[in-house]
Design a protein around this ligand. Structure first.
Ligand SMILES: NC(=O)c1ccc[n+]([C@@H]2O[C@H](COP(=O)([O-])OP(=O)(O)OC[C@H]3O[C@@H](n4cnc5c(N)ncnc54)[C@H](OP(=O)(O)O)[C@@H]3O)[C@@H](O)[C@H]2O)c1
Length: 323
């Protein structure tokens, strides 16, 4: 697909982001991710969703830098996203994390840097998972506002073009807006028909913050997910009926659902056929009634509860909170 035919979303700072990006969590940095990124570039992707914690950013960087050297793409046509990890939440450490990510990517700037989660972990040497004798993750007690201010510093230093947040509830978004000067361009959260995020979407959009849908297919392959609804989205009768109607597959319906609602979407795949088909979603359009029907499937299913951090302050998935 011609990358120029991939729609973009205008962010609150005037920057355009391709509405679909390739997710890279759990993509193996053993050559698999390199091949996937190169194939994705051929298939028309220009937006790549990465994170320090995925521990594979060197390989994404190698693939995009090779494509630049080969003349396939220019750096300014790419949209590289990464996320600051929870052990880096002081103002200074957030900037240190961004510099580390840039070194891994071998690129001069990030298009978008996100505060990965609202909780923080204690800094213990260079470990990404500080764990106490009881086996529990050790709390960092650092406010996400500090990490976000570190990202504001990165904008001023020219290290990142845009900044945002991930996994923030409505209250956390508001608290951040009240305490900082740059409005985040996006809040990246899990979203699919079983977790439509309609209230959070409306709340963020009123404040100029887009939503980015992660795990838009419900992450059917994740080893971190053993919930009964795992894999069900792709077999849901409503999704299958729409797939038949439009001559598309279930994954394409789930992705088009997000883009038709104005969400940015970042499906992950390392499978060549799925990488290609996941971006072939701009030759049909769901009706408003079909979007409503899919939103009506919401059953508060989260593929990613991040259970091992549920004891930490600011963990966003309190079942008592109505998102
Ligand atoms: N901000 C955060 O905290 C956060 C959390 C989770 C994810 N994310 C981001 O969002 C991205 C996507 O989310 P995700 O990886 O959790 O899940 P996902 O994109 O919903 O699902 C990925 C899984 O679905 C398979 N798949 C891909 N396309 C498919 C299709 N068309 N039909 C059937 N199966 C398909 C993939 O396998 P193959 O690779 O074999 O195709 C993989 O197992 C991540 O990679 C990451 O970049 C962010």
């Amino acid at each position: 697909m011609d990358p120029k035919q991939v729609p973009t979303v205008k962010l609150n700072n005037g920057v355009d982001i391709p509405i679909i990006g390739l997710g890279t969590w759990q993509s193996a940095p053993d050559g698999t991710l390199y091949k996937s990124v190169k194939l994705a570039l051929d298939a028309g992707y220009r937006h790549f969703d990465c994170a320090l914690i995925y521990e594979n950013e060197e390989e994404t960087g190698r693939a995009v830098n090779d494509a630049i050297k080969e003349g396939q793409v220019k750096r300014e046509d790419l949209y590289l996203v990464s996320k600051v990890w929870l052990t880096y939440y002081t103002r200074e450490r957030a900037q240190e994390c961004v510099r580390k990510i840039l070194a891994k990517f071998q690129t001069p700037y990030l298009d978008l840097a996100l505060v990965h989660w609202p909780m923080s972990f204690k800094q213990v040497d260079d470990t990404l998972w500080p764990t106490g004798a009881d086996g529990q993750i050790i709390e960092g007690n650092i406010d996400y506002i500090e990490a976000y201010k570190g990202l504001e510093d990165c904008v001023k230093a020219g290290l990142v073009k845009s900044i945002g947040i991930s996994n923030f509830t409505r209250d956390q978004v508001q608290r951040l807006l009240d305490a900082t000067s740059i409005v985040p361009v996006t809040n990246q959260v899990e979203a699919h028909p079983y977790l439509a995020q309609s209230k959070l979407k409306a709340y963020c959009e009123e404040r100029g913050v887009t939503l980015t849908a992660y795990s838009p297919l419900g992450n059917p392959g994740s080893s971190c997910n053993d919930k009964p609804d795992k894999g069900q989205l792709l077999k849901d009768p409503v999704v299958l009926r729409l797939a038949e109607k439009y001559g598309k597959n279930a994954g394409q319906i789930l992705l088009r659902f997000q883009t038709d609602r104005g969400l940015i979407v970042v499906p992950k795949s390392v499978n060549p056929d799925r990488i290609k088909s996941n971006i072939q979603i701009f030759d049909f359009k769901l009706t408003q009634d079909e979007i409503k029907e899919l939103e009506g499937l919401d059953r508060k299913y989260r593929s990613n509860l991040f259970e091992q951090t549920q004891h930490l302050v600011n963990h966003p998935f309190d079942p008592k909170i109505d998102f």
